[in-house]
Design a protein around this ligand. Structure first.
Ligand code: AGP
Length: 613
């Protein structure tokens, strides 16, 4: 998720673009850049780092005060680490066409090959740069206008985009297009603005036009035209923005954590995007191409992480042993680094980290490298230290996660682990038929999560009954045991309620002594191989007057007889259940924190990335 801004009008574009980027910084903040038309040329400047770095770099350059048309971008890297070359804007070889892009071009490598064979020279590792080259390919070979060249180029592209394009040969024009990524146009007096969301616009105007998917607009000093990508004119209504700046960044949600919980259907779609080859029904993970032969033959996998990432590792253990039949261990990175670990030959170590900067995980990774392991990263922050130091890896593509309590990064970690386990499983023993069942079911997960999210208010009302209890238990079995741990951690870290997660069968070996009048006990009890066992565990707790909250499979007619509350989730394959069963627990923790008046997005004593040990 990146942020793009544009301006055409009578005022100097520079400062308007910079202020707009600052407002969009929550969308991505690892590099930024501007393109301003001035004196026959496209003036482009870009750099890694926060917007303030770019602002400093531009300070005093007269062109940002003279040019009155420009586009700009703040980046959340997906392809290519945050650096000068990968920052936007990207241009064609002549530097006379420039683009800024938010989204992912799925067929970029095929397009890059084609364009390279046509003599275009690429200077970045990004998927976005192909758009600049492709547009210029059409512009210089037959398209009479910039918009025609953009239409022709987008006809060749598969993926998502919010796109803005400028051309030095048509200096009073910005062409924008949208498919899958947001893009709005601000209609001011003798001026237009474009942006990924209204926060970059409302300072100038509250009159906006929302572009729909597969639509394109041409903004000139004389006016605005909108077309479909099939070149059919469309009439667009001007609407009023009623939200405050903060509300817009939060997209109308009260907290970033809630926004990120509700973003999970989309973040999972992004995580799957370009990785499920639906034609040949196979999984492709470009980031592992260099090491896949060693990985398929690996003798053991060790998963490293901290906190929520460690919980994702625990589920990874089930996935790699169940789907790929590879012996797997999970390690607290903070313990592994000091334990003088035995890393035998043929061991692959996978470091899980949203930020890619967690000190203990980084040190444990370096320890593994020193002992000769093949090291991989499953990371969200592109270009982060862990991503740079591993031999290979897979990015989550979850977009920036602002809330300290990890939610969408966690479910995307599970998705990526599942993709790797399935890819290795298919190369080791799994039938094509089994793989296809998983691929089809994975594609349905975003929609199934949407049905669970609809129960948010019901979950709030249920939670309200128990927010005064200072001790909770979370219990699960198999794939859902780590979800019990994750549910307990979410509740602890944002509502400050003490909670413990356990394998349900462990209760009899001590913890059941905790159960007393009304104590809330959350059971993750979907239909699975150990369902009957967990029903028994539920009855053990009920018999001791515990209050049972069960997460169960839609259509289950038994569990409600033994539970005080049941939250139903759609059925799916057992290995994919954690992607659904965790959602009610994220919402439960969120509502408990709000009801207890806690600072949800910045809980006490916690940091988003723990870079000290
Ligand atoms: C989770 O909600 C916490 N923010 C924390 O446990 C986190 O998962 C842990 O610090 C690991 O962070 P990382 O994924 O960025 O390495």
């Amino acid at each position: 998720m990146c942020g793009i801004v544009g301006y055409i009008g009578p005022k100097p574009a520079g400062s308007i673009l910079i202020e707009g980027l600052k407002r969009l910084e929550y969308r991505g903040y690892d590099s930024s850049g501007v393109c301003i038309y001035d004196n026959g040329e496209l003036f482009i400047d870009k750099c890694p780092g926060r917007i303030s770095v770019l602002e400093e770099k531009l300070a005093g350059d007269p062109r940002i005060e003279t040019g009155t048309i420009g586009i700009a971008h703040t980046r959340w890297a997906t392809h290519g680490e945050p650096n000068q070359a990968n920052a936007h804007p990207h241009t064609d070889d002549s530097g006379r066409i420039a683009i800024v892009h938010n989204g992912i071009i799925e067929n970029y490598s095929a397009l890059k090959q084609f364009l390279t064979s046509k003599g275009h020279v690429f200077s970045s590792e990004t998927d976005s740069e192909v758009l600049a080259k492709l547009i210029s390919e059409f512009y210089n070979n037959g398209s009479s206008t910039l918009e025609d060249a953009v239409l022709a180029a987008l006809g060749e592209v598969s993926g998502t985009y919010g796109l803005a394009v400028m051309c030095a040969d048509e200096p009073d024009k910005i062409v924008v297009a949208r498919k899958g990524s947001p893009l709005i146009i601000g209609v001011g007096k003798d001026e237009y603005l474009i942006a990924s969301d209204a926060s970059a616009i409302i300072e100038h105007t509250a009159n906006v036009i929302y572009l729909n998917d597969n639509e394109l607009a041409i903004l000139t000093r004389d006016g605005l035209r909108t077309l479909t990508l099939d070149n059919v004119p469309v009439t667009k209504k001007i609407q009023q923005v009623e939200w405050t700046l903060e509300q817009i960044a939060l997209d109308g949600y009260d907290h970033f954590m809630l926004k990120e919980i509700f973003e999970q259907p989309d973040s999972i779609r992004m995580s799957l995007s370009g990785r499920l080859d639906m034609r040949d029904m196979r999984i492709q993970l470009g980031g592992l191409d260099q090491v896949v032969r060693d990985l398929v033959r690996t003798r053991k996998i060790v998963l490293l992480g901290c906190g929520t990432a460690w919980h994702a590792g625990l589920i990874g253990e089930y996935l790699f042993e169940d789907l790929a039949r590879i012996p797997t261990e999970v390690e607290y990175a903070s313990e592994f680094r000091y334990r003088n670990p035995i890393v035998e030959e043929g061991t692959s170590v996978i470091a899980l980290s949203q930020s890619g900067e967690t000190a203990d995980t980084l040190a444990a990774l370096r320890e593994s490298q020193d002992r000769g392991a093949l090291t991989l990263g499953i990371v969200n922050a592109v270009g982060s230290t862990i991503a740079r130091e591993t031999d290979a890896g897979v990015y989550l593509h979850a977009g920036p996660e602002i809330g300290v309590a990890s939610t969408k990064a966690f479910t995307c970690q599970l998705v990526v682990e599942t993709l790797i386990a399935l890819m290795l499983g298919r190369r080791r023993h799994m039938s094509q038929q089994t793989l296809e069942r998983y691929i089809e079911e994975l594609q349905k997960i975003p929609e199934k999560i949407e049905t669970v999210l609809k129960q948010s208010e019901q979950i709030r009302d249920m939670t309200a009954k128990y927010i005064d209890y200072e001790n909770w238990l979370f219990l699960g079995r198999g794939y859902n045991y780590p979800i019990a741990l994750e549910g307990a951690l979410k509740l602890k870290e944002i509502s400050y309620i003490h909670a413990e997660g356990l394998p349900a069968a462990e209760m009899k070996h001590g913890p059941i002594a905790l159960i007393h009048d009304g104590m809330p006990v959350v059971f993750i009890a979907p239909k699975c191989g150990t369902y009957e066992k967990i029903l028994g565990n539920i009855q053990e707790v009920k018999a001791r007057s515990g209050q049972v909250i069960a997460i169960a499979t839609e259509g289950d007619t038994e569990v409600h007889k033994h539970s005080d509350h049941v939250i139903y989730v759609p059925d799916t394959l057992e290995a994919l259940q954690p992607l659904l069963t965790v959602i009610p627990l994220q919402l439960l923790a969120y509502h408990a924190a709000v009801l207890r008046g806690c600072n949800v997005d910045k809980p006490r004593n916690l940091a988003k990335s723990v870079t000290v040990e």
